[in-house]
Design a protein around this ligand. Structure first.
Ligand code: GDP
Ligand code: MG
Length: 374
């Protein structure tokens, strides 16, 4: 570190900037919240709080989010290219989420992949007219809750499935609230249109009360009538996803070291820790030294959503990797480092910090107080 502002130092020390300003004042320094502090001053303040600066550097070093967002010397907008949208499917129980995921997968994935065993890795990719789309098939609500609790944003678009014979239900509203809070665009799939009791007008009417007004009614919400069971309206739905994605101008840089989020992970008998990662930026390669949440390792093998071994994977691609020292959690961030030594150091520090945290030696952000802030 060369310099930090009062606010940044406060964040790193877990102290209110006002307290730091007071301490600076006692040291004869008049400072504002955005004031840059030099090393000597930082050291003085840290000493006031009983923090050794050596340790302070380590805290900075192990903050994965810093690598995720800021420490990125390679980042170069000129190298950015369009990336596929990442889509989650949400909606009330029994409204047809699983059926829709299967329907999309069956109509699009198996084409040209005859004999390919479809692997369940928690996410899959389809290709339509040369454009890819990534679907997360972890239960949408759970994914949103855990990922948001960790501050990870993985979804670009949400498909809200509403059964036309049942209408808006509690989990429909919950899904709308999740998507709105995360600022994710919603496409409404009015499902079960094959049923004689289907009443799409009622769905549109009910959703109006929740801020989703159909284009036909003067709003800008997209409604697509479908039958997930019969595979009807799927093409139109995919077209709409690609349209919304185009408007969002989703970009990533395949030339940088990979970073992204854990979709799911478990301990596999033969292979050890197996984690499905969604690559959000950069390209991941077999052999890359990686820190994943509080664990680390070298990517030993990578398996695609159709069960193929792959050597590298680019932005918006889900892959299952092995080679980690421990099992990470859904929503954990991952970052690739240039060498294994750094990855191990950071991984081990994070692991021991996590243990301290679970012992209550550090303040912990719980789900509840996180949601309170949102
Ligand atoms: P989920 O709980 O949202 O994942 O809902 P499922 O996909 O498990 O579907 C619940 C039930 O609705 C199952 O019996 C499905 O076969 C049925 N279902 C789903 N989509 C349709 C549809 O488009 N038409 C009809 N008639 N039934 C459907
Ligand atoms: Mg289901």
């Amino acid at each position: 570190y060369e310099s930090l502002t009062v606010a940044e130092l406060g964040r790193k020390l877990g102290r209110e900037p006002s307290g730091i300003i007071k301490k600076l004042f006692m040291l004869g320094i008049m400072a504002t919240i955005n004031q840059e502090l030099d090393e000597d001053t930082i050291e003085l303040i840290c000493a006031e709080y009983g923090v050794e600066v050596e340790e302070e550097i380590r805290i900075d070093y192990t903050d994965l989010e810093v690598y995720f967002e800021e420490v990125d010397v390679e980042k170069n907008e000129a190298n950015e290219i369009e990336r596929p949208p990442v889509v989650t499917i949400m909606g009330h129980v029994d409204h047809g989420k699983t059926t829709l995921l299967d329907s999309i997968r069956n109509t699009k994935v198996t084409q040209g992949e005859a004999g390919g065993i479809t692997q369940h890795i928690g996410a899959y990719q389809i290709e339509n007219k040369g454009k890819k789309i990534t679907f997360l098939d972890t239960p949408g609500h759970a994914a949103f809750t855990t990922m948001r609790a960790r501050g990870a944003k993985v979804t670009d678009i949400t498909i809200l499935v509403v059964a036309a014979d049942d209408g808006v239900m509690p989990q429909t509203i919950e899904a709308i609230n999740h998507a709105k809070a995360a600022d994710v665009p919603i496409i409404v799939a009015v499902n079960k249109m094959d049923k004689p009791t289907a009443n799409p007008d009622r769905v549109m009417q009910e959703l109006t009360d929740h801020g989703l007004v159909a284009e036909a009614w003067g709003g800008d919400a997209i409604f697509v009538p479908i039958s997930a069971l019969k595979g009807e309206g799927i093409e139109e739905l995919i077209d709409m996803i690609l349209l919304v994605a185009e408007v969002a101008e989703l970009k990533a840089n395949p030339k940088i070291r990979a970073r992204g989020t854990v979709i799911e992970a478990q301990l596999d008998r033969g292979r050890g820790s197996a984690a499905t990662l969604l690559i959000q930026d950069g390209t991941l390669h077999v052999g890359d030294p990686i820190v994943v949440g509080n664990t680390y390792g070298r990517v030993r093998a990578m398996i695609s959503d159709i069960g193929r071994r792959v050597k590298e994977a680019g932005p918006s691609t889900p892959v299952e990797i092995t080679g980690l020292s421990d099992v990470p959690q859904a929503g954990d961030r991952f970052v690739v480092f240039e060498d294994e030594k750094t990855a191990r150091q950071i991984g081990e520090t994070r692991a021991s910090e996590a243990i301290q945290e679970s012992r209550g030696e550090k303040t912990r952000i719980t789900l509840d107080n996180l949601f309170e802030q949102m």
